[in-house]
Design a protein around this ligand. Structure first.
Ligand code: ARG
Length: 275
């Protein structure tokens, strides 16, 4: 198959990140978390610093929220909120261990004058909400719920397409699907129910389909600026596919943060200001 290599144009982004100062794995709310496995906080911080530096080298603005003791998962900033058109939908976590993160992130945005909505139903921010050109793709099945999707649609005034996740290893949408640019996406089909797979095929017939091996190393937990795609370095298959499409994949080692069940995208919340 010969597809003319597209010219890719990066767009400058604004991100929010949280240093893993208090990172640890003391509870288990996804299959990747094993409290019996030791975590090296210094290494986690060093790996996270590399991600932050890379975002900045690529020309993006990185804002920081102060980590709070007792909230080890706060490093996964993507879960803290969803920001579209300068409007902030707060997060409401499924698990009690993470409940206090929602208000902490909302407070950060309030202090900076953003318009917000305090959620009634469970939604775990950009862990389950991913924005494409035409819609918001929304995961459910493990964390966020359908009522939370409806709440997002009403607040953002954008169509929300609900997708059923069925494999506990891929418990958040951002572990199973990446938005690359506009309406171009990549995903691991078996992470979704048959009906949701059919929806994805219908809406995104040109999507890059990713293998289980690449999904398992969190190859879909990636952040794209329209040209550069930052992702875990072990996802070599994804990198090859992205190059064919004219993207520039950049691999990173975030092995310590993987012990909490997250990687590049989980650590990066996009702040989308009003256009
Ligand atoms: N330990 C966290 C949890 O299970 C990891 C969250 C990963 N974040 C993400 N955006 N997928 O909730």
């Amino acid at each position: 198959m010969s597809r003319p290599t597209q010219v890719r144009i990066p767009r400058t982004r604004r991100y929010l990140m949280c240093r893993p100062t208090y990172f640890e794995v003391t509870y288990s709310i996804n299959p990747w978390m094993d409290p019996a496995k030791p975590v090296d906080v210094e290494l986690a911080i060093a790996q996270w610093e590399q991600l932050r530096a890379l975002h900045q080298e690529l020309g993006h603005q990185v804002e920081l929220i102060d980590p709070l003791p007792g909230l080890p998962d706060m490093v996964y900033a993507a879960n803290g909120a969803t920001v579209v058109d300068g409007k902030v939908l707060g997060a409401r976590f499924r698990n009690a261990e993470r409940a206090a993160e929602g208000p902490a992130y909302l407070e950060w945005f309030r202090a900076r004058g953003f318009t917000d909505h305090e959620p009634v139903h469970v939604n775990e921010g950009e862990g389950d909400f991913l924005l494409t050109e035409t819609c918001v793709l929304a995961g459910r099945g493990f964390r966020s719920v359908g009522e939370g999707h409806a709440e997002a649609q009403e607040f953002f005034g954008r169509p929300v397409v609900g997708l059923e996740l069925v494999d506990p290893r891929f418990y958040h949408l951002d572990t199973a699907l990446t938005v690359l640019d506009g309406d171009e996406i990549m995903y691991y089909p078996d992470a979704f129910s048959p009906g949701s797979r059919a929806v994805l095929r219908r809406l995104f017939p040109d999507a890059v389909l990713v293998s289980e091996a690449d999904a398992e190393v969190f190859g879909l937990n990636a952040v794209s600026d329209g040209l550069h795609v930052v992702l875990p370095e072990a996802a070599t298959g994804v990198m090859a596919r992205l190059r064919e499409r004219g993207f520039q994949p950049i691999g990173l080692d975030l092995s310590e943060l993987l012990k909490g069940g997250g990687s590049v995208k989980c650590c990066t919340l996009e702040i989308r200001d009003r256009a």
